[in-house]
Design a protein around this ligand. Structure first.
Ligand code: PMP
Length: 438
């Protein structure tokens, strides 16, 4: 086996330098099982962050489904095949009535790009509203609608058809506190009115009901209901990006948008959908799909192939058979309670938020100014790795610790994670004052 040093040398030589490694001292993982990962030296890590391996690393039923179908047949959507229709039906059954037409793609970005095409075709317009700090993917069309990228390092801002509204972050956003929803709605309405005033048609409101890269921010229910109504009344479609948060992760519901009592016109999904196998989808209404059927064929070489669909079906079965949504609710609620208790003990923790197994812990250096504790977040993630826990930090200020483990994460895992964070926080403050990891 190549040494870590050799691997890093080869990466440097042969991979694009904008591909980054996690952690100050990168890790070389060679095996995964359930919620655990193992490195080349045999060290075990509790995976608290890889939401893609939704039903657990290398789940035997998912691996068996892939192996069986790959050994039998892998073609494309131009042939009759029962895996694709069974999977499309299975996905539709998890969604509200009317969302029952599926397009299969290969990544979250590809799904979101297709969602944009569907919306633009349906409304005859490109005008799109997104949240500040939202991330929707890495394709050119998605960098345009992702302030997380186009307004960050190396970015060149949004094009004129992209309208950025404040993210309804009730902790450090433009308006703060539980009662701030109305103020965010007013800002949203102002943008909708501006677009109308300029005699433009709004095409889409593109939104994650629980923001991921934007800093693990649950969008307030009342805000989302009002924003959906405003967007829909102006003839736009609402697109729910469930790439990070779908498939029962939020615990109380299968889809994060359902928590807010809204029904989107288009839903995109990916990441966890194939438990690590690259598969994603766009699900929409018959009306939107029919309008897209304008003579130009939609063909996707790999999207919807029988192997991917078999894997996707196995993931749906495991979520149901193992009660993983309920597990996310129970373990996640317990974890949220315990982390909230930690907040009362450590000034560095400014906010604890989330739902199910999608939790954010925001670190601040000052409880009044909310100065982001970016270096501390980085130090914490690195110390936790040394102690055998994989976490990451994100958000516009890179000061939010993300917790989004495989859904088989259990109460014992939650307990040991919280106890270890409790233990290392004083050390984090001490080290951060001498080492700058940024
Ligand atoms: N949407 C959201 C909300 C995401 O978090 C991501 C990936 N982080 C994407 C889309 C893009 O997915 P992919 O990397 O599979 O293209």
């Amino acid at each position: 086996m190549l040494s870590d040093k050799e691997l890093q040398g080869l990466r440097q030589k042969h991979l694009g330098p904008s591909l980054k490694l996690a952690y100050e001292k990168p890790i070389h993982i060679v095996r995964g099982e359930g919620q655990y990962l193992f490195d080349a030296d045999g060290h075990q890590y509790l995976d608290c962050v890889n939401n893609v391996q939704h039903v657990g690393h290398c789940h035997p039923k998912v691996v068996a489904a892939a192996r069986k179908q790959y050994g039998a047949l892998s073609t494309n959507t131009r042939y009759l095949d029962d895996t694709i229709v069974r999977y499309a039906k299975g996905l539709s059954e998890t969604l509200p009535d009317g969302l029952d037409v599926c397009f299969f793609t290969n990544s979250g970005s590809e799904a979101n790009d297709l969602a944009l095409r569907l919306a633009r075709n349906f409304t005859g317009s490109k005008e799109t509203i997104v949240f500040a700090s939202a991330y929707h993917g890495h394709l050119s069309s998605l960098i345009e609608i992702s302030p997380y990228k186009h307004s960050g390092p190396g970015g060149s801002g949004p094009p004129d058809f992209v309208h950025v509204v404040p993210a309804p972050d009730q902790f450090r956003g433009q308006f703060r506190g539980l009662g701030s929803s109305e103020q965010y709605v007013r800002e949203f309405k102002q943008v909708v009115d501006q677009i109308k005033g300029a005699r433009h048609q709004l095409s889409a409101f593109f939104v994650e009901a629980m923001m991921g890269c934007g800093g693990q921010i649950p969008v307030p229910e009342q805000f989302l209901r009002s924003a959906f109504a405003l967007a829909k009344n102006s003839g736009a479609v609402c697109i729910a990006d469930e790439v990070q948060v779908g498939f029962g992760r939020v615990g109380s519901h299968y889809w994060a948008f359902e928590k807010c009592g809204v029904v989107p016109d288009i839903v995109t999904m990916g990441k966890s959908m194939g438990n690590g196998h690259p598969i994603s989808a766009v699900v929409t209404t018959g009306e939107i799909a029919d309008a897209f059927n304008n003579g130009m064929e939609y063909f996707n070489t790999f999207g919807g192939n029988p192997v991917s669909c078999s894997v996707g079906l196995a993931v749906l079965d495991v979520i149901r058979d193992e009660g993983l949504q309920d597990n996310a609710f129970e373990v996640g609620s317990h974890l949220l309670d315990q982390l909230t208790h930690l907040k009362s003990k450590h000034d560095l923790i400014g906010d604890v938020r989330g739902a199910g197994l999608f939790i954010g812990v925001e670190l601040v250096n000052d409880g009044v100014t909310l100065q982001p504790a970016t270096n501390e977040a980085n130090v914490l993630v690195n110390i936790m790795k040394e102690k055998g826990f994989l976490l990451s930090s994100d958000g516009p200020d890179q000061n939010v610790i993300k917790i989004k483990p495989p859904m088989v994460f259990n109460e014992e895992n939650a307990e040991v994670l919280v106890n270890t964070i409790d233990e290392v926080l004083p050390l984090v403050i001490q080290i951060s004052s001498t080492v700058d990891y940024n």
